[in-house]
Design a protein around this ligand. Structure first.
Ligand SMILES: [Fe+2]
Length: 363
C-alpha cells in the first residue's frame, strides 16, 4: 500500500508555489533576495533622466524675485541658486550633476566654504564680480568659465552696480551616490584675497608655461579661469579652417591634458546656420546652457526650441542634433571624464536625421 506521507515524488505545482513563496519570505527575513527576481541588464541605457528645457524668460524673473526675498550672507552653506530639477529624477539635473542659476545682487557677498563635490561657474549675464578660489580672485564676465575644484575654498563678491546670473554645475549627485560628501564653512566668513586672476599668469600663450607652475600639478587644472574671449577666438579660427555645421572645444587641464575638473567634461559647441548637425548619442547625461543664439534641438525625436539663457538636458544614449537660425554657442557639461576614466564611455553617430515625433512643452 502506498504511503500517503511519501514526499519523494515530483512536487505538485501548488506545493512548489507555496515552497517558492516560503523561500522568498525566508530570504527577505534575512535581508537577502534571489537575483532571479531582479530585472535583467538592459541591452543599452534606459535613463531615468528626462530630456527637459528651462527657459530664460521664466528663470530670470524668478532669480530676480529670489534676490529680494532670499538672503545669502548669513551662513556659509547658503547660496541663492535656483536648481534645475529633472522631472525624472529625485535628485539632480542629470544622473551626475545639479545645474543651477545663481543670482548675486550688487554689493553682495556669498561667504567662503569648501566641499568634496566639485563645481564650475559659467557666467551668463553680468560683470564686476569675482569668485575667489583658494585666495585667487577670478574675474567673472559673460562667457567665462571659473573652476571651484573639490575641497577648494570659494566665495563670491559682486562689487558692481548690477546683478549677476551665472550657471553652476556641481557633481553633488555623483558624490552623494558614492556617500563621500564633506563640507566646511570658512572660519573667517570670507577668505583673504591674495591676488586677482593669478592662475592665468602662468599660461599666457600657446605652449608657454611659467616655470614655477610645474609644482602645482594636482587632480584639477591649475588654471582656474577660462576667459570667453579665448574660447571665441579659438572656435572662430577652427571653423575658418575646417568649416562644418559645428565646432567644439573642451576646457582642459594645461598641465596634464586631462579634463579641467576630474569629474566634469566642459565644452563649448558653436553651431552654424545652414545644415543640422549630425545626430549623435553618447553615454552619460549632459546639460546645455545656451550662451548665444537660437535654434532647435531634436532630442530622442522631440523638438526643443531654445534661445539665449535657456538650459536643456540630453540624457544618456538619447540621440541629439542641433539646427540653428543664427550662429549659436552652447556651453555643455557632461560626465564623459568619469566614464572614460572607468573605461565606460561610448558614443555613436546616427546614419540619418531623427524623425520629429513631438514638440516639447512643459507639463
Ligand atoms: Fe560651494
Amino acid at each position: 500500500m502506498e504511503n500517503a506521507n511519501d514526499s519523494s515524488g515530483p512536487a505538485r505545482p501548488d506545493t512548489m508555489e507555496i515552497a517558492y513563496d516560503e523561500l522568498c519570505g525566508a530570504l527577505a527575513a534575512q535581508d537577502l533576495t534571489g537575483l532571479w527576481r531582479r530585472d535583467g541588464l538592459g541591452a543599452q541605457p534606459t535613463p531615468r533622466t528626462r530630456p527637459h528645457l528651462w527657459q530664460w524668460k521664466t528663470i530670470a524673473p524668478l532669480a530676480k524675485q529670489a534676490g529680494t526675498v532670499v538672503r545669502v550672507n548669513e551662513r556659509g552653506d547658503a547660496r541663492r541658486a535656483l536648481q534645475f530639477c529633472n522631472p525624472g529624477l529625485q535628485m539632480g539635473t542629470t544622473e551626475s550633476f545639479f545645474g543651477a542659476y545663481q543670482y548675486l545682487a550688487p554689493g553682495e557677498t556669498a561667504p567662503a566654504h569648501r566641499h568634496s563635490p566639485a563645481a564650475i561657474r559659467f557666467v551668463v549675464q553680468g560683470k564686476n564680480v569675482f569668485t575667489t578660489v583658494n585666495g585667487d580672485a577670478c574675474e567673472m564676465t559673460p562667457g567665462d568659465l571659473i573652476l571651484t575644484p573639490n575641497w577648494a575654498w570659494h566665495d563670491h563678491t559682486n562689487y558692481g552696480s548690477d546683478p549677476i546670473i551665472w550657471f553652476d554645475a556641481i557633481d553633488h549627485p555623483l558624490v552623494a551616490q558614492l556617500e563621500s560628501i564633506f563640507f566646511q564653512e570658512h572660519p573667517d566668513g570670507m577668505q583673504e584675497v591674495i591676488g586677482h586672476n593669478v592662475s592665468e599668469r602662468g599660461f599666457g600663450a600657446v605652449g608657454l608655461q611659467e616655470t614655477s607652475m610645474s609644482a602645482s600639478v594636482s587632480s584639477h587644472s591649475p588654471l582656474l579661469r577660462y576667459p570667453y574671449s579665448e574660447v571665441d577666438r579659438t572656435l572662430e579660427s577652427l571653423h575658418a579652417a575646417a568649416g562644418g555645421a559645428s565646432v567644439t572645444v573642451e576646457y582642459k587641464n594645461p598641465i596634464t591634458g586631462g579634463p579641467a575638473i576630474a569629474t566634469m567634461t566642459c565644452e563649448m559647441t558653436r553651431v552654424y546656420p545652414g545644415v543640422p548637425t549630425t545626430p549623435q548619442r553618447q553615454a552619460g547625461g549632459r546639460m546645455y546652457v545656451v550662451f548665444r543664439g537660437s535654434g532647435t534641438s531634436v532630442i530622442g525625436g522631440t523638438e526643443f526650441a531654445w534661445s539665449a539663457g535657456d538650459v536643456f538636458v540630453v540624457p544618456s544614449w538619447v540621440p541629439v542634433e542641433h539646427n540653428v537660425s543664427e550662429q549659436s554657442d552652447l556651453f555643455v557639461v557632461g560626465n564623459r571624464a568619469v566614464l572614460e576614466a572607468l573605461h565606460l564611455f561610448r558614443k555613436a553617430e546616427l546614419d540619418e536625421q531623427q524623425k520629429v515625433t513631438g514638440v516639447f512643452a512643459k507639463d
